[in-house]
Design a binder for this molecule. Sequence first.
Ligand code: G6P
Length: 613
Amino acid sequence: MCGIVGYIGNKQAYNILIKGLKRLEYRGYDSAGIAIINQGCKIFKKQGKVSELDALVKSKNLHGTIGLGHTRWATHGEPNDTNAHPHESMHKKFIIIHNGIIENYTRLKKRLEDRGYKFKSDTDTEVLVNLIEYIYIKGKLDAETAVRLALSKVVGAYGLVIACTDEKDKLIAARKGSPLVIGVGEQEYFLASDATPIVEYTKSVIYLHDDDMAVIGRNGMSLRNLKSTKIHKKPIIQKLELDVDKIEKNGFAHYMLKEIHEQPRSIKDTFRGRLRPDVNALKLGGLHYVMKDIIHAKRIIIIACGTSYHAGLVGEFLIEEFGRIPTEVEYASEFRYRDPIIYESDIVIAISQSGETADTLAAIELAKSKGATVVGICNVVGSSIPRATMGGVYTHAGPEIGVASTKAFTTQVTVLIMMAMEIGYKNGAIKEEQYSKLIKELSLIPEKISTILKQGDYIKEISAIYKDATNALYLGRGYLYPVAMEGALKLKEISYIHAEGYPAAEMKHGPIALIDENMPVIIIATKDKSYEKIVNNIQEVKARKGIVIAIVTEGDNTISSMADHVVEVPDTEFALAPLLTVIPLQLFSYYIAVMRGCNVDQPRNLAKSVTVE
Ligand code: G6P
Protein backbone atom coordinates (compact mmCIF):
# COMPACT_ATOMS: atom_id res chain seq x y z
CA MET A 1 0.00 0.00 0.00
CA CYS A 2 1.98 2.94 -1.32
CA GLY A 3 5.69 2.77 -2.01
CA ILE A 4 8.04 5.41 -0.73
CA VAL A 5 11.61 6.11 -1.73
CA GLY A 6 14.11 8.76 -0.67
CA TYR A 7 17.71 9.61 -1.47
CA ILE A 8 20.37 11.84 0.05
CA GLY A 9 23.97 11.67 -1.13
CA ASN A 10 26.28 12.84 -3.87
CA LYS A 11 24.54 11.41 -6.94
CA GLN A 12 21.72 12.94 -8.96
CA ALA A 13 18.59 11.82 -7.15
CA TYR A 14 16.08 11.70 -10.01
CA ASN A 15 17.15 8.45 -11.70
CA ILE A 16 17.55 6.66 -8.36
CA LEU A 17 14.09 7.73 -7.28
CA ILE A 18 12.28 6.91 -10.52
CA LYS A 19 13.95 3.50 -10.75
CA GLY A 20 13.06 2.89 -7.11
CA LEU A 21 9.45 3.82 -7.75
CA LYS A 22 9.28 1.36 -10.64
CA ARG A 23 10.50 -1.36 -8.28
CA LEU A 24 7.92 -0.38 -5.67
CA GLU A 25 5.05 0.03 -8.08
CA TYR A 26 3.55 -3.31 -6.98
CA ARG A 27 2.66 -1.56 -3.71
CA GLY A 28 0.35 0.94 -5.40
CA TYR A 29 -0.05 2.31 -8.86
CA ASP A 30 -2.85 4.83 -9.09
CA SER A 31 -0.59 7.90 -9.07
CA ALA A 32 3.03 8.82 -8.47
CA GLY A 33 5.11 11.85 -7.61
CA ILE A 34 8.60 13.08 -7.03
CA ALA A 35 10.27 16.00 -5.23
CA ILE A 36 13.84 17.11 -5.86
CA ILE A 37 15.40 19.45 -3.35
CA ASN A 38 18.11 21.75 -4.68
CA GLN A 39 18.12 25.50 -4.18
CA GLY A 40 14.37 25.27 -3.87
CA CYS A 41 12.10 22.28 -4.14
CA LYS A 42 10.55 21.02 -7.37
CA ILE A 43 7.55 18.69 -7.11
CA PHE A 44 5.91 16.76 -9.96
CA LYS A 45 2.87 14.54 -9.51
CA LYS A 46 0.85 12.54 -11.97
CA GLN A 47 -2.18 10.29 -11.87
CA GLY A 48 -1.39 6.88 -13.35
CA LYS A 49 1.71 4.76 -13.57
CA VAL A 50 5.29 5.71 -12.68
CA SER A 51 6.13 5.58 -16.43
CA GLU A 52 3.67 8.44 -16.99
CA LEU A 53 5.37 10.49 -14.30
CA ASP A 54 8.74 9.69 -15.86
CA ALA A 55 7.51 10.80 -19.31
CA LEU A 56 6.37 14.09 -17.77
CA VAL A 57 9.52 14.83 -15.80
CA LYS A 58 12.43 13.26 -17.72
CA SER A 59 12.85 16.10 -20.22
CA LYS A 60 13.01 18.66 -17.40
CA ASN A 61 16.55 17.64 -16.45
CA LEU A 62 16.01 17.89 -12.74
CA HIS A 63 19.20 18.48 -10.79
CA GLY A 64 19.54 17.77 -7.12
CA THR A 65 21.06 15.20 -4.82
CA ILE A 66 18.23 14.98 -2.32
CA GLY A 67 14.77 13.80 -3.21
CA LEU A 68 11.60 11.95 -2.38
CA GLY A 69 9.35 9.71 -4.49
CA HIS A 70 5.99 8.05 -3.92
CA THR A 71 3.70 5.62 -5.71
CA ARG A 72 0.18 5.65 -4.32
CA TRP A 73 -2.67 3.28 -3.50
CA ALA A 74 -5.43 5.70 -2.57
CA THR A 75 -7.00 5.57 0.89
CA HIS A 76 -8.19 9.16 1.46
CA GLY A 77 -9.09 11.05 -1.70
CA GLU A 78 -9.50 9.73 -5.22
CA PRO A 79 -6.43 9.04 -7.33
CA ASN A 80 -5.59 12.30 -9.14
CA ASP A 81 -2.62 14.64 -9.57
CA THR A 82 -3.49 16.76 -6.53
CA ASN A 83 -3.94 13.88 -4.12
CA ALA A 84 -0.69 12.23 -5.27
CA HIS A 85 2.35 12.58 -2.99
CA PRO A 86 4.70 14.31 -2.19
CA HIS A 87 2.64 16.88 -0.31
CA GLU A 88 3.98 20.29 0.57
CA SER A 89 2.99 22.37 3.57
CA MET A 90 1.16 25.66 3.04
CA HIS A 91 4.21 27.86 3.66
CA LYS A 92 6.41 25.45 1.67
CA LYS A 93 8.65 24.62 4.62
CA PHE A 94 8.08 20.84 4.58
CA ILE A 95 7.62 18.15 1.95
CA ILE A 96 6.37 14.69 2.88
CA ILE A 97 5.81 11.22 1.45
CA HIS A 98 3.68 8.88 3.51
CA ASN A 99 2.48 5.30 3.53
CA GLY A 100 -0.30 4.55 6.02
CA ILE A 101 -3.34 6.28 7.45
CA ILE A 102 -3.69 9.20 9.85
CA GLU A 103 -6.90 8.18 11.60
CA ASN A 104 -7.53 11.44 13.48
CA TYR A 105 -6.87 13.62 10.45
CA THR A 106 -10.37 15.17 10.39
CA ARG A 107 -9.94 16.60 13.88
CA LEU A 108 -6.39 17.78 13.16
CA LYS A 109 -7.50 19.33 9.87
CA LYS A 110 -10.28 21.28 11.55
CA ARG A 111 -7.84 22.68 14.11
CA LEU A 112 -5.43 23.73 11.40
CA GLU A 113 -8.22 25.31 9.36
CA ASP A 114 -9.23 27.29 12.43
CA ARG A 115 -5.68 28.59 12.46
CA GLY A 116 -5.80 29.69 8.84
CA TYR A 117 -4.44 26.62 7.07
CA LYS A 118 -5.83 25.89 3.61
CA PHE A 119 -5.70 22.46 1.97
CA LYS A 120 -5.36 21.59 -1.69
CA SER A 121 -5.91 17.83 -1.52
CA ASP A 122 -8.35 15.48 0.22
CA THR A 123 -5.56 13.50 1.85
CA ASP A 124 -4.73 12.78 5.47
CA THR A 125 -1.06 13.25 4.55
CA GLU A 126 -1.43 16.93 3.69
CA VAL A 127 -2.89 17.42 7.17
CA LEU A 128 0.19 15.85 8.73
CA VAL A 129 2.69 17.96 6.77
CA ASN A 130 0.82 21.13 7.73
CA LEU A 131 0.65 20.07 11.36
CA ILE A 132 4.43 19.68 11.35
CA GLU A 133 4.83 23.12 9.78
CA TYR A 134 2.40 24.73 12.20
CA ILE A 135 4.28 23.34 15.20
CA TYR A 136 7.63 24.29 13.63
CA ILE A 137 6.67 27.93 12.99
CA LYS A 138 4.66 28.50 16.15
CA GLY A 139 7.24 26.93 18.44
CA LYS A 140 10.25 28.32 16.53
CA LEU A 141 11.62 24.79 16.64
CA ASP A 142 14.05 22.78 14.57
CA ALA A 143 12.62 20.36 12.01
CA GLU A 144 13.41 17.23 14.02
CA THR A 145 11.60 18.48 17.11
CA ALA A 146 8.61 19.67 15.07
CA VAL A 147 8.26 16.26 13.41
CA ARG A 148 8.54 14.45 16.73
CA LEU A 149 5.93 16.64 18.42
CA ALA A 150 3.57 16.40 15.45
CA LEU A 151 3.83 12.61 15.42
CA SER A 152 2.98 12.51 19.11
CA LYS A 153 -0.43 13.99 18.17
CA VAL A 154 -1.12 11.50 15.42
CA VAL A 155 -3.27 8.38 15.73
CA GLY A 156 -2.68 5.92 12.93
CA ALA A 157 0.02 4.27 10.91
CA TYR A 158 2.90 5.72 8.99
CA GLY A 159 6.09 5.10 7.17
CA LEU A 160 7.18 8.56 6.12
CA VAL A 161 10.04 10.66 4.88
CA ILE A 162 10.15 14.42 5.30
CA ALA A 163 12.36 17.18 3.92
CA CYS A 164 12.54 20.69 5.34
CA THR A 165 13.46 23.57 2.99
CA ASP A 166 15.10 25.51 5.86
CA GLU A 167 17.32 22.53 6.75
CA LYS A 168 18.15 21.28 3.29
CA ASP A 169 20.89 18.75 3.91
CA LYS A 170 18.81 16.22 5.77
CA LEU A 171 15.86 13.89 5.51
CA ILE A 172 13.76 12.81 8.45
CA ALA A 173 12.16 9.37 8.43
CA ALA A 174 9.77 7.73 10.89
CA ARG A 175 7.76 4.56 11.11
CA LYS A 176 4.80 3.20 12.98
CA GLY A 177 3.05 0.25 11.44
CA SER A 178 4.29 0.79 7.87
CA PRO A 179 7.68 -0.55 6.81
CA LEU A 180 10.74 1.55 6.14
CA VAL A 181 14.29 0.48 5.28
CA ILE A 182 17.41 2.67 5.15
CA GLY A 183 20.20 1.68 2.77
CA VAL A 184 23.64 2.80 3.94
CA GLY A 185 26.08 3.64 1.13
CA GLU A 186 29.34 5.64 0.88
CA GLN A 187 28.33 9.14 1.93
CA GLU A 188 24.80 8.43 0.76
CA TYR A 189 21.59 6.98 2.15
CA PHE A 190 18.58 5.43 0.49
CA LEU A 191 15.15 5.10 2.04
CA ALA A 192 12.38 2.83 0.84
CA SER A 193 9.32 0.84 1.83
CA ASP A 194 11.25 -2.33 1.10
CA ALA A 195 14.76 -3.20 0.06
CA THR A 196 14.11 -3.67 -3.68
CA PRO A 197 14.99 -0.09 -4.71
CA ILE A 198 18.13 -0.23 -2.55
CA VAL A 199 19.75 -3.55 -3.41
CA GLU A 200 21.61 -2.41 -6.51
CA TYR A 201 23.40 0.35 -4.58
CA THR A 202 24.19 -1.21 -1.23
CA LYS A 203 23.65 -4.38 0.77
CA SER A 204 23.93 -2.63 4.12
CA VAL A 205 20.51 -1.83 5.50
CA ILE A 206 18.82 -0.67 8.67
CA TYR A 207 15.22 -1.78 9.23
CA LEU A 208 13.35 0.86 11.18
CA HIS A 209 11.19 -0.42 14.04
CA ASP A 210 7.87 1.01 15.15
CA ASP A 211 8.31 4.44 16.75
CA ASP A 212 11.79 4.86 15.30
CA MET A 213 12.74 8.23 13.88
CA ALA A 214 15.91 8.73 11.84
CA VAL A 215 17.56 12.00 10.91
CA ILE A 216 19.75 11.42 7.91
CA GLY A 217 22.44 13.70 6.48
CA ARG A 218 24.89 12.97 3.66
CA ASN A 219 27.60 11.95 6.09
CA GLY A 220 25.77 10.33 8.89
CA MET A 221 22.52 9.60 10.60
CA SER A 222 21.04 9.40 14.06
CA LEU A 223 18.25 7.20 15.30
CA ARG A 224 15.87 7.70 18.19
CA ASN A 225 12.76 6.15 19.60
CA LEU A 226 9.87 8.59 19.40
CA LYS A 227 8.47 7.43 22.73
CA SER A 228 11.54 6.98 24.85
CA THR A 229 13.31 9.67 26.76
CA LYS A 230 16.65 8.24 25.66
CA ILE A 231 17.67 10.31 22.67
CA HIS A 232 19.77 7.98 20.58
CA LYS A 233 19.56 4.34 19.60
CA LYS A 234 22.39 2.50 17.96
CA PRO A 235 21.45 1.74 14.35
CA ILE A 236 21.87 -1.98 13.62
CA ILE A 237 23.20 -2.46 10.12
CA GLN A 238 22.16 -5.76 8.54
CA LYS A 239 23.36 -7.48 5.41
CA LEU A 240 20.76 -7.69 2.68
CA GLU A 241 20.26 -11.19 1.30
CA LEU A 242 18.79 -10.15 -2.03
CA ASP A 243 20.16 -10.09 -5.57
CA VAL A 244 19.16 -7.70 -8.32
CA ASP A 245 18.37 -10.53 -10.77
CA LYS A 246 15.73 -11.82 -8.36
CA ILE A 247 13.74 -8.62 -8.85
CA GLU A 248 14.01 -8.49 -12.67
CA LYS A 249 11.60 -10.22 -15.07
CA ASN A 250 14.45 -12.22 -16.62
CA GLY A 251 12.83 -12.56 -20.04
CA PHE A 252 9.30 -13.37 -18.86
CA ALA A 253 6.45 -11.19 -20.11
CA HIS A 254 5.21 -10.60 -16.57
CA TYR A 255 6.42 -11.06 -13.02
CA MET A 256 3.46 -13.35 -12.38
CA LEU A 257 4.53 -15.74 -15.14
CA LYS A 258 8.12 -15.65 -13.93
CA GLU A 259 6.98 -16.39 -10.38
CA ILE A 260 4.74 -19.27 -11.51
CA HIS A 261 7.74 -20.77 -13.28
CA GLU A 262 9.99 -20.18 -10.30
CA GLN A 263 8.00 -22.54 -8.08
CA PRO A 264 10.16 -25.65 -8.48
CA ARG A 265 13.13 -23.54 -7.41
CA SER A 266 11.36 -21.58 -4.69
CA ILE A 267 10.05 -24.77 -3.07
CA LYS A 268 13.59 -26.19 -3.14
CA ASP A 269 14.68 -23.00 -1.38
CA THR A 270 11.97 -23.58 1.21
CA PHE A 271 13.36 -27.10 1.75
CA ARG A 272 16.97 -25.97 1.94
CA GLY A 273 18.60 -27.01 5.20
CA ARG A 274 15.26 -28.36 6.41
CA LEU A 275 14.20 -31.37 4.36
CA ARG A 276 16.81 -34.12 4.18
CA PRO A 277 15.41 -37.12 2.26
CA ASP A 278 18.93 -38.61 2.14
CA VAL A 279 18.92 -39.10 5.90
CA ASN A 280 15.16 -39.21 6.29
CA ALA A 281 15.08 -36.07 8.41
CA LEU A 282 13.30 -32.78 8.73
CA LYS A 283 14.38 -29.78 10.77
CA LEU A 284 12.64 -26.45 11.33
CA GLY A 285 15.24 -24.45 13.22
CA GLY A 286 13.07 -21.34 13.60
CA LEU A 287 10.59 -23.32 15.69
CA HIS A 288 13.21 -24.89 17.92
CA TYR A 289 12.28 -22.96 21.06
CA VAL A 290 8.52 -23.29 20.66
CA MET A 291 8.19 -26.80 19.22
CA LYS A 292 7.70 -28.32 22.65
CA ASP A 293 4.70 -26.05 23.23
CA ILE A 294 3.35 -26.70 19.75
CA ILE A 295 3.38 -30.48 19.94
CA HIS A 296 1.49 -30.44 23.24
CA ALA A 297 -0.93 -27.68 22.25
CA LYS A 298 -4.63 -28.24 22.78
CA ARG A 299 -5.48 -25.92 19.93
CA ILE A 300 -3.80 -24.15 17.03
CA ILE A 301 -5.26 -21.03 15.43
CA ILE A 302 -4.07 -19.92 12.00
CA ILE A 303 -4.56 -16.26 11.04
CA ALA A 304 -3.95 -14.74 7.63
CA CYS A 305 -5.47 -12.74 4.77
CA GLY A 306 -5.98 -13.31 1.05
CA THR A 307 -3.99 -16.10 -0.53
CA SER A 308 -2.18 -16.71 2.75
CA TYR A 309 -5.57 -17.51 4.29
CA HIS A 310 -6.09 -20.19 1.64
CA ALA A 311 -2.70 -21.66 2.51
CA GLY A 312 -3.90 -21.57 6.12
CA LEU A 313 -6.98 -23.64 5.22
CA VAL A 314 -4.69 -26.29 3.74
CA GLY A 315 -2.65 -25.99 6.96
CA GLU A 316 -5.72 -26.74 9.06
CA PHE A 317 -6.28 -30.02 7.25
CA LEU A 318 -2.58 -30.89 7.44
CA ILE A 319 -2.15 -30.20 11.14
CA GLU A 320 -5.33 -32.04 12.03
CA GLU A 321 -4.45 -35.04 9.84
CA PHE A 322 -0.80 -35.41 10.78
CA GLY A 323 -0.50 -33.62 14.13
CA ARG A 324 -3.99 -34.52 15.44
CA ILE A 325 -4.29 -31.11 17.09
CA PRO A 326 -7.58 -29.20 16.68
CA THR A 327 -6.88 -26.32 14.33
CA GLU A 328 -8.93 -23.29 13.31
CA VAL A 329 -8.29 -20.82 10.53
CA GLU A 330 -9.49 -17.25 10.63
CA TYR A 331 -9.26 -14.15 8.51
CA ALA A 332 -7.02 -11.89 10.58
CA SER A 333 -9.40 -8.99 9.96
CA GLU A 334 -12.30 -10.91 11.56
CA PHE A 335 -10.30 -12.47 14.37
CA ARG A 336 -8.96 -9.17 15.67
CA TYR A 337 -12.33 -7.46 15.98
CA ARG A 338 -14.52 -10.17 17.47
CA ASP A 339 -13.01 -10.58 20.91
CA PRO A 340 -12.01 -14.20 20.26
CA ILE A 341 -11.45 -16.69 23.07
CA ILE A 342 -7.70 -17.19 23.27
CA TYR A 343 -6.00 -19.36 25.89
CA GLU A 344 -2.42 -19.03 27.03
CA SER A 345 -1.88 -22.57 25.87
CA ASP A 346 -2.97 -21.72 22.30
CA ILE A 347 -0.51 -21.64 19.45
CA VAL A 348 -1.25 -18.99 16.86
CA ILE A 349 0.35 -19.30 13.42
CA ALA A 350 0.35 -16.08 11.40
CA ILE A 351 0.90 -16.54 7.68
CA SER A 352 1.92 -13.63 5.47
CA GLN A 353 3.98 -13.25 2.32
CA SER A 354 4.88 -9.63 2.95
CA GLY A 355 5.08 -9.81 6.72
CA GLU A 356 3.44 -6.38 6.75
CA THR A 357 -0.32 -6.98 6.43
CA ALA A 358 -1.90 -4.60 8.94
CA ASP A 359 -4.76 -6.88 10.01
CA THR A 360 -2.45 -9.87 10.50
CA LEU A 361 -0.08 -7.76 12.58
CA ALA A 362 -2.92 -6.47 14.73
CA ALA A 363 -4.26 -10.02 15.21
CA ILE A 364 -0.78 -11.12 16.35
CA GLU A 365 -0.65 -8.35 18.93
CA LEU A 366 -4.09 -9.36 20.21
CA ALA A 367 -3.06 -13.03 20.53
CA LYS A 368 0.16 -12.02 22.31
CA SER A 369 -1.73 -9.79 24.71
CA LYS A 370 -3.78 -12.84 25.75
CA GLY A 371 -0.64 -14.85 26.38
CA ALA A 372 -0.73 -17.17 23.35
CA THR A 373 2.46 -18.37 21.68
CA VAL A 374 2.61 -16.77 18.24
CA VAL A 375 4.75 -18.04 15.38
CA GLY A 376 5.00 -16.78 11.82
CA ILE A 377 5.30 -18.14 8.30
CA CYS A 378 6.61 -15.25 6.22
CA ASN A 379 8.50 -14.61 3.04
CA VAL A 380 10.06 -11.18 3.51
CA VAL A 381 13.06 -11.48 5.80
CA GLY A 382 13.22 -8.77 8.46
CA SER A 383 9.61 -7.67 7.90
CA SER A 384 7.32 -6.75 10.79
CA ILE A 385 5.59 -10.11 11.38
CA PRO A 386 8.77 -12.16 11.93
CA ARG A 387 9.86 -9.46 14.35
CA ALA A 388 6.58 -9.57 16.22
CA THR A 389 6.47 -13.36 16.61
CA MET A 390 8.25 -15.74 18.97
CA GLY A 391 9.55 -18.06 16.31
CA GLY A 392 8.72 -19.04 12.80
CA VAL A 393 9.72 -20.29 9.41
CA TYR A 394 10.72 -18.15 6.46
CA THR A 395 9.42 -19.48 3.15
CA HIS A 396 12.49 -18.15 1.26
CA ALA A 397 10.45 -17.88 -1.94
CA GLY A 398 12.43 -14.82 -3.03
CA PRO A 399 10.75 -11.49 -3.84
CA GLU A 400 7.20 -11.88 -5.10
CA ILE A 401 6.38 -8.83 -7.19
CA GLY A 402 3.29 -9.88 -9.19
CA VAL A 403 0.35 -8.66 -7.12
CA ALA A 404 -1.44 -12.01 -7.46
CA SER A 405 0.36 -14.42 -5.15
CA THR A 406 1.62 -17.66 -6.68
CA LYS A 407 4.92 -18.90 -5.31
CA ALA A 408 4.00 -17.46 -1.90
CA PHE A 409 1.07 -19.90 -1.73
CA THR A 410 3.03 -23.02 -2.67
CA THR A 411 5.93 -22.20 -0.37
CA GLN A 412 3.58 -21.44 2.53
CA VAL A 413 1.85 -24.78 1.97
CA THR A 414 5.28 -26.43 1.82
CA VAL A 415 6.14 -24.98 5.23
CA LEU A 416 2.78 -26.06 6.64
CA ILE A 417 3.32 -29.60 5.38
CA MET A 418 6.71 -29.71 7.08
CA MET A 419 5.27 -28.25 10.28
CA ALA A 420 2.40 -30.74 10.36
CA MET A 421 4.78 -33.66 9.76
CA GLU A 422 7.13 -32.41 12.44
CA ILE A 423 4.31 -31.97 14.95
CA GLY A 424 2.87 -35.40 14.19
CA TYR A 425 6.22 -37.15 14.28
CA LYS A 426 7.23 -35.53 17.55
CA ASN A 427 3.92 -36.09 19.33
CA GLY A 428 3.58 -39.61 18.02
CA ALA A 429 0.55 -39.01 15.81
CA ILE A 430 2.40 -40.28 12.75
CA LYS A 431 4.70 -43.24 12.61
CA GLU A 432 8.18 -43.49 11.16
CA GLU A 433 6.97 -45.19 8.00
CA GLN A 434 4.44 -42.50 7.07
CA TYR A 435 6.90 -39.75 8.03
CA SER A 436 9.55 -41.21 5.74
CA LYS A 437 7.09 -41.61 2.91
CA LEU A 438 5.98 -37.98 3.22
CA ILE A 439 9.58 -36.75 3.28
CA LYS A 440 10.29 -38.66 0.10
CA GLU A 441 7.10 -37.56 -1.65
CA LEU A 442 7.62 -33.95 -0.65
CA SER A 443 11.14 -33.93 -2.02
CA LEU A 444 9.74 -35.01 -5.43
CA ILE A 445 7.28 -32.10 -5.65
CA PRO A 446 9.58 -29.56 -7.44
CA GLU A 447 10.22 -31.99 -10.33
CA LYS A 448 6.51 -32.77 -10.58
CA ILE A 449 5.69 -29.05 -10.77
CA SER A 450 8.22 -28.72 -13.61
CA THR A 451 6.33 -31.33 -15.61
CA ILE A 452 3.04 -29.46 -15.09
CA LEU A 453 4.64 -26.20 -16.23
CA LYS A 454 5.50 -27.91 -19.52
CA GLN A 455 1.76 -28.00 -20.25
CA GLY A 456 1.66 -24.18 -20.39
CA ASP A 457 0.76 -24.04 -24.11
CA TYR A 458 -2.03 -26.57 -23.67
CA ILE A 459 -3.48 -24.61 -20.74
CA LYS A 460 -3.20 -21.47 -22.86
CA GLU A 461 -5.35 -23.14 -25.54
CA ILE A 462 -8.04 -23.96 -22.99
CA SER A 463 -7.84 -20.43 -21.62
CA ALA A 464 -8.45 -18.97 -25.10
CA ILE A 465 -11.80 -20.80 -25.25
CA TYR A 466 -13.02 -19.32 -21.94
CA LYS A 467 -11.45 -15.88 -21.98
CA ASP A 468 -14.83 -14.19 -22.46
CA ALA A 469 -16.61 -16.04 -19.66
CA THR A 470 -18.42 -13.81 -17.19
CA ASN A 471 -18.56 -16.31 -14.34
CA ALA A 472 -16.64 -19.39 -13.28
CA LEU A 473 -17.06 -21.93 -10.51
CA TYR A 474 -14.19 -23.80 -8.89
CA LEU A 475 -14.89 -27.00 -6.95
CA GLY A 476 -12.74 -29.30 -4.85
CA ARG A 477 -13.01 -31.57 -1.84
CA GLY A 478 -10.83 -31.96 1.24
CA TYR A 479 -7.36 -30.55 0.61
CA LEU A 480 -8.52 -29.40 -2.81
CA TYR A 481 -11.32 -27.18 -1.56
CA PRO A 482 -8.89 -24.41 -0.50
CA VAL A 483 -7.22 -24.87 -3.89
CA ALA A 484 -10.60 -24.21 -5.53
CA MET A 485 -10.88 -21.00 -3.49
CA GLU A 486 -7.38 -19.97 -4.47
CA GLY A 487 -8.04 -20.71 -8.15
CA ALA A 488 -11.18 -18.56 -8.05
CA LEU A 489 -9.33 -15.75 -6.30
CA LYS A 490 -6.61 -15.77 -8.98
CA LEU A 491 -9.18 -15.47 -11.76
CA LYS A 492 -11.06 -12.64 -10.02
CA GLU A 493 -7.95 -10.71 -9.12
CA ILE A 494 -6.30 -10.49 -12.48
CA SER A 495 -8.97 -11.04 -15.14
CA TYR A 496 -11.98 -9.46 -13.36
CA ILE A 497 -14.15 -12.50 -14.13
CA HIS A 498 -16.49 -13.28 -11.28
CA ALA A 499 -15.45 -16.63 -9.82
CA GLU A 500 -16.30 -18.63 -6.73
CA GLY A 501 -14.47 -21.46 -5.01
CA TYR A 502 -16.68 -24.01 -3.27
CA PRO A 503 -16.42 -27.38 -1.56
CA ALA A 504 -17.72 -29.64 -4.33
CA ALA A 505 -20.51 -31.19 -2.26
CA GLU A 506 -21.87 -27.75 -1.36
CA MET A 507 -22.56 -27.10 -5.04
CA LYS A 508 -25.96 -28.66 -4.55
CA HIS A 509 -26.84 -26.07 -1.91
CA GLY A 510 -26.72 -23.07 -4.19
CA PRO A 511 -24.14 -22.72 -6.95
CA ILE A 512 -25.75 -25.48 -9.02
CA ALA A 513 -28.48 -22.96 -9.84
CA LEU A 514 -25.90 -20.92 -11.75
CA ILE A 515 -24.77 -23.73 -14.00
CA ASP A 516 -25.69 -23.54 -17.67
CA GLU A 517 -23.92 -24.10 -20.98
CA ASN A 518 -21.92 -20.86 -20.57
CA MET A 519 -20.51 -21.58 -17.15
CA PRO A 520 -17.03 -23.10 -16.95
CA VAL A 521 -16.76 -25.28 -13.86
CA ILE A 522 -13.20 -26.05 -12.88
CA ILE A 523 -13.13 -29.23 -10.82
CA ILE A 524 -10.02 -30.30 -9.00
CA ALA A 525 -10.36 -34.04 -8.78
CA THR A 526 -7.16 -35.95 -8.17
CA LYS A 527 -7.41 -39.51 -6.89
CA ASP A 528 -8.18 -39.77 -3.19
CA LYS A 529 -10.78 -41.17 -0.85
CA SER A 530 -13.54 -38.85 -2.07
CA TYR A 531 -12.76 -39.44 -5.74
CA GLU A 532 -16.00 -41.30 -6.41
CA LYS A 533 -17.98 -38.48 -4.88
CA ILE A 534 -16.36 -35.87 -7.04
CA VAL A 535 -16.99 -37.99 -10.12
CA ASN A 536 -20.66 -37.75 -9.14
CA ASN A 537 -20.33 -33.97 -8.86
CA ILE A 538 -18.92 -33.85 -12.38
CA GLN A 539 -21.92 -35.80 -13.63
CA GLU A 540 -24.25 -33.38 -11.87
CA VAL A 541 -22.58 -30.48 -13.69
CA LYS A 542 -22.68 -32.27 -17.05
CA ALA A 543 -26.37 -33.13 -16.54
CA ARG A 544 -27.01 -29.36 -16.44
CA LYS A 545 -24.95 -28.77 -19.59
CA GLY A 546 -22.14 -27.13 -17.64
CA ILE A 547 -18.63 -27.08 -19.08
CA VAL A 548 -16.14 -29.09 -17.04
CA ILE A 549 -12.45 -28.39 -16.93
CA ALA A 550 -10.97 -31.04 -14.67
CA ILE A 551 -7.60 -31.22 -12.99
CA VAL A 552 -6.94 -34.94 -12.63
CA THR A 553 -4.26 -37.44 -11.71
CA GLU A 554 -2.15 -38.66 -14.64
CA GLY A 555 -3.80 -41.55 -16.47
CA ASP A 556 -7.32 -40.89 -15.13
CA ASN A 557 -9.59 -42.25 -17.88
CA THR A 558 -12.84 -42.01 -15.95
CA ILE A 559 -12.97 -38.24 -15.64
CA SER A 560 -11.28 -37.75 -19.02
CA SER A 561 -14.25 -39.38 -20.68
CA MET A 562 -16.73 -37.06 -18.94
CA ALA A 563 -15.00 -33.67 -18.82
CA ASP A 564 -14.70 -31.16 -21.67
CA HIS A 565 -11.03 -30.61 -20.91
CA VAL A 566 -8.62 -32.30 -18.56
CA VAL A 567 -5.25 -31.20 -17.28
CA GLU A 568 -3.21 -34.01 -15.77
CA VAL A 569 -0.92 -33.65 -12.78
CA PRO A 570 1.49 -36.30 -11.49
CA ASP A 571 0.32 -38.59 -8.71
CA THR A 572 1.32 -37.74 -5.15
CA GLU A 573 0.09 -38.10 -1.56
CA PHE A 574 -3.33 -36.43 -1.31
CA ALA A 575 -2.07 -34.02 1.36
CA LEU A 576 0.55 -32.75 -1.09
CA ALA A 577 -1.86 -32.42 -4.01
CA PRO A 578 -2.52 -28.66 -3.41
CA LEU A 579 1.09 -28.01 -4.43
CA LEU A 580 0.49 -29.58 -7.84
CA THR A 581 -3.15 -28.83 -8.60
CA VAL A 582 -2.85 -25.08 -8.00
CA ILE A 583 -0.28 -24.71 -10.81
CA PRO A 584 -2.70 -25.23 -13.77
CA LEU A 585 -5.14 -22.83 -12.07
CA GLN A 586 -2.47 -20.14 -11.80
CA LEU A 587 -1.60 -20.56 -15.48
CA PHE A 588 -5.27 -20.59 -16.50
CA SER A 589 -5.92 -17.23 -14.78
CA TYR A 590 -2.69 -15.79 -16.13
CA TYR A 591 -3.43 -16.62 -19.77
CA ILE A 592 -7.05 -15.50 -19.55
CA ALA A 593 -6.01 -12.17 -18.03
CA VAL A 594 -3.37 -11.62 -20.73
CA MET A 595 -5.88 -12.46 -23.49
CA ARG A 596 -8.40 -10.05 -21.98
CA GLY A 597 -5.77 -7.31 -22.08
CA CYS A 598 -5.64 -6.94 -18.29
CA ASN A 599 -2.60 -5.64 -16.47
CA VAL A 600 -1.58 -8.93 -14.89
CA ASP A 601 1.10 -7.67 -12.54
CA GLN A 602 -0.86 -4.63 -11.41
CA PRO A 603 -4.55 -5.50 -11.33
CA ARG A 604 -6.91 -2.61 -10.77
CA ASN A 605 -7.59 -1.50 -7.20
CA LEU A 606 -5.27 -4.10 -5.64
CA ALA A 607 -1.97 -3.73 -3.86
CA LYS A 608 0.61 -6.31 -2.95
CA SER A 609 1.12 -5.34 0.60
CA VAL A 610 -1.97 -4.21 2.49
CA THR A 611 -0.56 -2.06 5.25
CA VAL A 612 -3.86 -0.35 6.03
CA GLU A 613 -6.74 -1.89 7.94
C1 G6P B 1 -3.04 -8.63 -0.69
C2 G6P B 1 -2.34 -9.31 -1.85
C3 G6P B 1 -2.59 -10.81 -1.80
C4 G6P B 1 -2.16 -11.37 -0.45
C5 G6P B 1 -2.83 -10.64 0.71
C6 G6P B 1 -2.22 -11.03 2.04
O1 G6P B 1 -4.41 -8.72 -0.85
O2 G6P B 1 -2.81 -8.78 -3.08
O3 G6P B 1 -1.86 -11.44 -2.83
O4 G6P B 1 -2.48 -12.72 -0.39
O5 G6P B 1 -2.65 -9.22 0.56
O6 G6P B 1 -0.89 -10.59 2.06
P1 G6P B 1 0.27 -11.23 2.91
O7 G6P B 1 1.49 -10.45 2.52
O8 G6P B 1 -0.11 -11.03 4.34
O9 G6P B 1 0.37 -12.66 2.54
